[in-house]
Write a protein that binds this ligand. Structure first.
Ligand code: ZN
Ligand code: ZN
Length: 325
């Protein structure tokens, strides 16, 4: 990635998606195949489930979807995002790493904890150095909202990005040994929890009907969890009511997203290592993930939570008001 190749043009970096390929982006065939396959499987198996499966298996499949949606979302927000990427707690105990790396985070279907954190660190890095070209899921690269939405929501995940020094630094960060182990075994963990486990469980209890029903649940759950998280990268960087100081993120106070990450995204960008996602009373109301973190602290499984002091919050709010004038 060269500096000249990324010179902004009228505030945007690219006019069309086609330009990305001139700048070193390439199709990530493995991810394209995987992501499109689970979307097609969710659609086809979902149609079969609702049109042809016995009602008790429809209910069980929907139970799977619900559990995966909550588990995958919580794992992304609580563990991968706040505790790991943003170091919201000074100490995270081994059982917490084990639970989320071996089990919970796999259900979010968004790559390993290590890779997710590396990309997210690049996303926030832009708030400090301003090099928008390094934000892997920027919602500001293109001249119109449609392209920005398509890119930040999905397309970014389907392309291999040019490697910058910052990319290498971020992806080479050494993390807890359990996270490093998960990165190496992520393919196997995904194969087991998203495919073999639901198919085997369904077949054990209900033969082929059970096999396909829980497979439908797993595929629909995977697609919903993915889009729920991706919406944080797209919607909360494009539409809302309160603009943040250091990023394109906007508070919208409505959409919970993956358990609280969707509504106070500007607050999050302005104080990223906070274990909470939003300031004030609305932050308390709209952030179920913080209850989970407080529960873990109550159980002694995480210690030393970081948060903005009331003075720091007030300073950020005042600076935002001054910026609007
Ligand atoms: Zn963001
Ligand atoms: Zn973040």
């Amino acid at each position: 990635m060269t500096e000249t190749a990324l010179e902004p043009d009228n505030g945007t970096l690219y006019q069309t998606f086609g330009e990305l390929f001139d700048k070193g982006f390439t199709l990530d065939k493995g991810t394209i195949t995987f992501v499109s396959s689970i979307h097609v499987a969710a659609l086809v198996l979902g149609l079969w489930l609702f049109l042809g499966a016995p009602s008790e298996w429809v209910k069980l499949a929907m139970l799977w979807v619900g559990v995966q949606f909550v588990l995958g979302s919580l794992s992304t927000t609580l563990y991968t995002h706040r505790l790991i990427t943003h170091n919201a707690a000074k100490q995270v105990s081994a059982p917490v790493h084990l639970f989320f790396c071996v089990f919970g985070q796999v259900f979010s279907v968004q790559g390993s904890v290590k890779a997710w954190s590396a990309n997210h660190a690049l996303h926030h890095g832009v708030d400090r150095h301003g090099k928008t070209e390094l934000d892997p899921y920027s919602a500001t690269w293109f001249p119109n909202a449609t392209r920005n939405f398509i890119w930040s929501h999905t397309l970014t995940h389907l392309l291999s990005h040019p490697r910058s020094d910052e990319y290498h630094r971020s992806h080479n960060v050494q993390r807890h040994p359990i996270i490093m182990w998960q990165a190496k075994t992520y393919g196997l963990l995904t194969t087991f929890w998203l495919f073999l486990f639901p198919m085997g469980l369904g077949f054990w209890f209900g033969g082929w009907i059970g096999f396909f029903s829980l497979m439908a649940g797993s595929m629909i759950g995977s697609v919903l969890v993915q889009h729920n998280t991706w919406t944080v990268n797209s919607v909360t960087h494009m539409w809302g009511t309160t603009k943040g100081l250091r990023s394109s993120a906007v508070n919208n106070y409505i959409w919970l997203g993956p358990l609280g990450e969707g509504n106070h995204h500007a607050d999050h960008h302005d104080f990223p290592r906070d274990y909470r996602n939003g300031f004030g009373w609305s932050g308390w109301l709209l952030d179920p993930t913080r209850y989970g973190i407080l529960l873990l602290r109550g159980l002694g499984m995480v210690r030393g939570l970081n948060r903005a002091t009331p003075e720091e919050e007030a300073k950020i709010q005042a600076a935002r008001k001054a910026a609007v004038r």
